[in-house]
Design a protein around this ligand. Sequence first.
Ligand code: NAP
Length: 277
Amino acid sequence: MQKLYAVIGDPIAQSMSPIMHNDLFQFYGIDAHYHAFAIKEKNLEIAVNGFRAIDLAGFNVTVPHKVAIMPLLDEIDPLAKSIGAVNTVVNVNGCLIGYNTDGSGFVHGLKSKLPSIVNKKVLIIGAGGAARSIYFTLASVGVGTIDLTNRTLEKAKGLSYDCPYEVQTSILTLSEAEEQLAVYDIIIQTTSIGMAPQTECKPISLHNLRENTFVSDIIYNPLETEFLKRAKERGAITENGIAMFVNQGALAFEKWTGILPDTNRMAITVQKQLGGK
Ligand code: NAP
C-alpha cells in the first residue's frame, strides 16, 4: 500500500516540502506521497491522533507546532530534547519518535562546503528557534568558538546558558559584533531581517568583514538577501537558506526511507519553485 507522509504547520500553503519530497519518492521509485496539512494550534492533538489512526509513516513539523508537538510523541531523540523542538517525526511500528534535523541539516550543508570546521571561529546573528538548533548542533559536533549576537541580549544569554554541549561563547551586542567581524571564519545570519517583503533591511553592517569569510543567511526568500549581497561584494563566500532547508529535508527523508537523497537535485527543485536558476 502507498505510504503517506506529511508536513503540518499554520500557515502551510507556501511550503516547498511537498514538491521536494514527492520528487524524491518518484526519483527513488518509492510508492509514497507527501501532503501539506494546515493544522490550527487548537487541533494539533486531534491531528496527531488522526495520524496514529491512519498509521501515517512520518511527518515534518513547522511553525507554530515545533515545541507543542513534543508531549504528544512517544519518544524524543536527545538532540531534539536539548534543542526543545521537533521538526521530523518517524512512525516506527506505531511509536512516534521526534527528531530535530534543522540544526543537523545546517551543519551537514556547512561540512559539505568547507574542508573542516574544527577550530573555526563562528558568529551566529540571532537567538530565535533556528539559531538555537544551529548553535546546539554546532556545539555538539565541535568547532573552535561560537559567539552569539542578537537585538535582545537576554535571549542570546539564555541560549548560551541552556546549551548542554561545551563550547566557548561570548555574547556580543550587534555593534560589538560589527566591530570585530574580521575575527570570524564563519558567520551565520539567522534572524528574520531581510526576509520578503522587507528585503532592503540587514541585521548588521559588514564594513569589517574579511575576504573569504564563509557567510550564510538561512533566509531563502529572497534567494539573495541584502546581507548576502553586501557580503559577496566584500569578497565573502556566501550561501543562502536553501542549503539548510534542503539538508534538513534530506536528513528527514533518510530517517523515513534509509536513503540519503541527492541534495543537488533537491536544491534545483526548490530553486526552480522559487523562481531561481
Ligand atoms: P524566531 O524564533 O522568531 O527568531 C527571530 C530572530 O530574529 C530573533 O533573533 C529576533 O531577535 C530577530 N529579529 C526579528 N525581527 C528583528 C528586528 N526587526 N530587528 C532585530 N532582530 C530581529 O524565528 P526563527 O524560527 O528562528 O526563524 C528565523 C529566520 O530563519 C526566518 O526568516 C525563517 O524563515 C528562517 N528559517 C530558515 C530555515 C531554513 O531551512 N532555511 C529554517 C528555519 C528558519 P529578538 O530576539 O531580539 O526578537
